[in-house]
Ligand binder design. Structure first.
Ligand SMILES: [Mn+2]
Length: 236
């Protein structure tokens, strides 16, 4: 679905059609290991699922650049070989389909650089293209760009589906300081996200959340759900 001129939602990725750039974020590779350490058993198919989904999107869009907008790896507290292996495995898949991969640093990526270097992938704090700034979004920054694209928030909405409640990932589009702001959900299927109707927002760019438009993604399909404030009214 096109949500702004030349900007399309493809599953949980954002595609800048004109510049042919594909943006994904918050993969948090290794997240299931953290859950396992806490005693929560989750099957270990996360990476495979991420790769299958991404390959499908890459086939469809054939981008010139893939930008990973922060939090590629969940945590680097103790860098286990296994964790390195998974990040490299992921980068290799992307590099097979797309020559240029750029990593934007997120708040979970303090030591991503040595891993990225192994595959000659650039690590930057922000990336600008035409009038658009792409940045992780955990901290505000000054910019002349007229559009900002962020990750970090993991936006989602819980809705009733028949008799049960389901959480859906969503994109958000609104304004920050008169600039257009787009928030992209987490690419990791295991991380459903923050319910923006019930929980505090994380990113300071989303201070005006009530005025934002919501686009829900369900099984690869995108649905326009109107504004946050109208959904808040209905939820009461
Ligand atoms: Mn983050």
């Amino acid at each position: 679905m096109e949500i702004a001129k030349g900007i399309e939602i493809i599953e949980t990725a954002l595609w800048l059609k004109k510049q042919n750039i594909l943006i994904i974020n918050d993969l948090h590779i290794g997240y299931e290991e953290v859950l396992q350490r806490k005693g929560i058993l989750v099957p270990k198919f996360q990476l495979k699922e991420i790769i299958t989904k991404l390959e499908h999107i890459l086939e469809k869009t054939k981008p010139e650049k893939v930008i990973i907008n922060g939090d590629l790896k969940h945590e680097f507290g103790t860098v286990l070989k296994q964790e390195w292996k998974e990040v490299l495995q992921f980068l290799d898949v992307v590099l097979q389909k797309c020559k240029t991969v750029i990593i934007i640093k997120g708040n979970h990526d303090p030591i991503i650089a040595p891993i990225a270097e192994k595959r000659r992938v650039a690590v930057v704090t922000e990336y600008s293209v035409d009038d658009t700034l792409i940045v992780h979004g955990d901290e505000l920054m000054e910019t002349k760009a007229t559009r900002i694209i962020i990750g970090h928030e993991h936006p989602a909405i819980t809705m009733r589906e028949g008799s049960k409640w389901e959480k859906y990932k969503c994109f958000l589009k609104g304004k920050w300081q008169r600039k257009e702001l787009i928030a992209v959900p987490s690419f990791n299927p295991l991380l459903e996200g923050t319910d923006i109707l019930k929980e505090e927002v994380l990113s300071p760019f989303l201070e005006d959340i009530a005025t934002f438009k919501v686009y829900i993604v369900n099984k690869g399909e995108v649905f326009d759900f109107g504004k946050v404030k109208d959904l808040q009214k209905r939820a009461k």
